[in-house]
Design a protein around this ligand. Sequence first.
Ligand SMILES: [Zn+2]
Ligand SMILES: [Zn+2]
Length: 50
Amino acid sequence: MADPYNPPQGQCRQCWAHAYDKSIHKALDGGECPPCLSHVGGCPDSMKVK
Ligand SMILES: [Zn+2]
Ligand SMILES: [Zn+2]
């Protein structure tokens, strides 16, 4: 199983964590997730694993 905090090269750390650490979105209680929304148009290179 994927490690939420150890994404493979080229992946966005934030999006990876949100995809695999279900507790993050659970805490939103079904509401929208601002960090995910901010990456809808693309993830910043600074957050991708080099
Ligand atoms: Zn992202
Ligand atoms: Zn999210």
